[in-house]
Design a protein around this ligand. Structure first.
Ligand code: IPE
Ligand code: IPE
Ligand code: MG
Length: 239
């Protein structure tokens, strides 16, 4: 844990598009899965650093609904890595008072992953420091579609008057219903796009794109992003 006194108070909620594992591996002549393994190490160190800094929520994009289009060997390896990560990390989550959550169509994950995930979420449910939110089989469009379906179901059963739907009621049907919107979004590996991540929630989030691939991203890069975040003037549409 390295809490530098030069780092200002952290944003309440940091979201990360963890990209570049494959390119990191290719640049070293390694198979893509080696990049994902090193990427899991970065999740570990960055989560611990967020807890040390007092970040309340950290949401990381770990697997998108579009990532199923990758070769089966890579998808299977990612699912195996997720299970391994959850088993290995549980004691550290407990030791650091970190609560685990997941967003996405979790019911579509392989049964072993679902079970391990449910177990880790249950065991960490009463922890009160940082909440680590894993976006798994996540797509923002799917999330918005699921929210629309849920609202329509309520309306069709006459439990909801459509005229009462506003921003906050809509948001209460998203997977993130009990999370504040992210203050800071970090994307590693240089791509200037959102790739279907938190489209609703990122409306007024400050965005920082770093060229570093995710396996090389560490506490110093997190500190630098937080420092840059503090130079931004957030106006939320006002003067
Ligand atoms: C991010 O790294 C991890 C996942 C999307 C699961 P990538 O696997 O996308 O790595 P690049 O972008 O191909 O380098
Ligand atoms: C976004 O990265 C998804 C995750 C980090 C899990 P991708 O590598 O899948 O995104 P694109 O394909 O570059 O847009
Ligand atoms: Mg990528």
């Amino acid at each position: 844990m390295s809490t530098s006194p030069s780092v200002p108070a952290p944003p309440r909620h940091i979201a990360i598009i963890m990209d570049g594992n494959g390119r990191w591996a290719a640049s070293k002549g390694l198979p893509r899965i080696a990049g994902h393994e090193r990427g899991a190490e970065s999740v570990r160190t960055v989560t611990r650093e967020c807890a040390a800094l007092g970040v309340q929520f950290l949401t990381v994009y770990a697997f998108s609904t579009e990532n199923w289009k990758r070769p089966k060997t890579e998808v299977d390896a990612l699912m195996g890595l997720l299970e391994h990560f959850l088993h290995q990390e549980l004691p550290t989550l407990m030791a650091n008072n970190i609560r685990l959550r997941a967003i996405g169509r979790i019911h579509e994950l392989p049964p072993g992953c679902r079970q391990t995930l449910a177990d880790a979420i249950a065991k960490t449910a009463a922890n009160t420091a940082t909440t680590l939110v894993l976006a798994l089989n996540y797509s923002a469009r799917a999330e918005i579609v699921d929210a629309a379906r849920s609202l329509c179901t309520e309306a069709a059963a006459a439990r909801l008057d459509p005229a009462t739907i506003d921003d906050s009621l809509f948001a209460s049907h998203l997977y993130t219903r009990d999370l504040p919107d992210p203050d800071l979004l970090i994307r590693t590996s240089g791509e200037m796009r959102l790739s279907n991540f938190l489209l609703w929630q990122l409306s007024y989030t400050e965005i920082i794109v770093t060229q570093k691939p995710w396996p090389d991203f560490g506490p110093d890069d997190l500190h630098a992003a937080i420092t840059e975040f503090h130079t931004r003037e957030r106006r939320f549409g006002a003067l």
